[in-house]
Ligand binder design. Structure first.
Ligand code: NAD
Length: 266
């Protein structure tokens, strides 16, 4: 799933500092790469320390890693303070970290402990990121906040309930917060990706369909799409994130940018 990483460079984020949660892997890593290639300095915040450090090393001197579990408010606060102490500014906060559902499909079998775990990372972790980014952005009267939602949050029946609920919450959070943050010059938007065979998806499907190898799983995920001749890749989300983070989207806030090859129109 790394094949779509773009080396194409630009200057849309020249002089900007971005903090991306869940950037050790997948969509977050592709976005960190894209942002750096467009002039930004990027802080990679992730609970996976070894992989996060490796990613930062791979992305070069404009990337730095900080260990951060988004379920711990002190970690999130610390990551934001790290951006300020290292670069004296935070222009872009991308709340991207998330996990898959890990619970049975039927509501009857719902394990509320699993529900709490998913909501804790996918929703509470995002709220913590928005809270602490706003803390430093409001006095500066500028900033762009992004979050990763999902097409499962805008359509029913695409995945297990818990994950869908967590992702539809992101769309609601973005709408709700946009109304407050616009008064401080801060934009907030989310992106709803189609299925991409990152570890979040392949690990979950491998668990659900025991015995299937990851190549088969990746093939299955790729065939789900509807846009002839194209698969959804992390770079597609990184491109959307670059647009929303940059001044190209200077009048866009409270928006959910669906990146699904037209899937949700059916
Ligand atoms: P990924 O597994 O490649 O990346 C997820 C990253 O989040 C990992 O690096 C992981 O360590 C990190 N993470 C998990 N829990 C964390 C925590 N508590 N604190 C900090 N970091 C944590 O998967 P991805 O597909 O790149 O996922 C990124 C986001 O995209 C997630 O929010 C996911 O729900 C969302 N999303 C993914 C897809 C898809 O099909 N891959 C579709 C829609 C939305």
């Amino acid at each position: 799933f790394n094949k779509g990483f773009s080396t194409q460079t630009g200057s849309k984020l020249e002089g900007k500092v971005a903090l991306i949660t869940g950037a050790a892997s997948g969509i977050g890593k592709a976005t960190a790469t894209k942002f750096i290639n467009n002039g930004a300095k990027v802080i990679i915040a992730d609970v996976q320390q070894e992989l996060g450090q490796e990613t930062a090393k791979e992305l070069g001197p404009n990337a730095a890693f900080i260990a951060c579990d988004v379920t711990k408010e002190s970690d999130v606060s610390n990551a934001v303070d790290f951006a300020i102490s290292k670069y004296n500014q935070l222009d872009i906060m991308y709340n991207n970290a998330g996990i898959a559902c890990q619970s049975p499909a039927s509501i009857v079998d719902l394990d509320l402990a699993v529900f709490d775990k998913v909501m804790n990372i996918n929703v509470r972790g995002v709220m913590a990121g928005i809270k602490h980014a706003s803390r430093v952005m409001i006095p500066r009267r500028r900033g762009s906040i992004l979050c990763t939602a999902s097409i499962t949050g805008v359509m029913g029946g695409l995945s297990q309930h818990t994950y869908s609920v967590s992702k539809s919450s992101i769309v609601g959070i973005v709408r709700s917060l946009a109304s407050e943050l616009c008064h401080h010059g801060i934009r907030i938007n989310c992106i709803s990706p189609f299925a991409i065979p990152t570890p979040l998806v392949t690990d979950e499907l491998t668990r659900l369909y025991q015995g299937a190898d990851s190549e088969t799983i990746i093939g299955v995920v790729n065939r789900l799409g509807t846009l002839e001749g194209a698969y959804c890749e992390p770079i597609d989300i990184a491109n959307a994130a670059l647009y929303l983070a940059s001044d190209d989207a200077k009048y866009v806030s409270g928006h959910n940018l669906v990146v699904d090859g037209g899937f949700t129109v059916f």
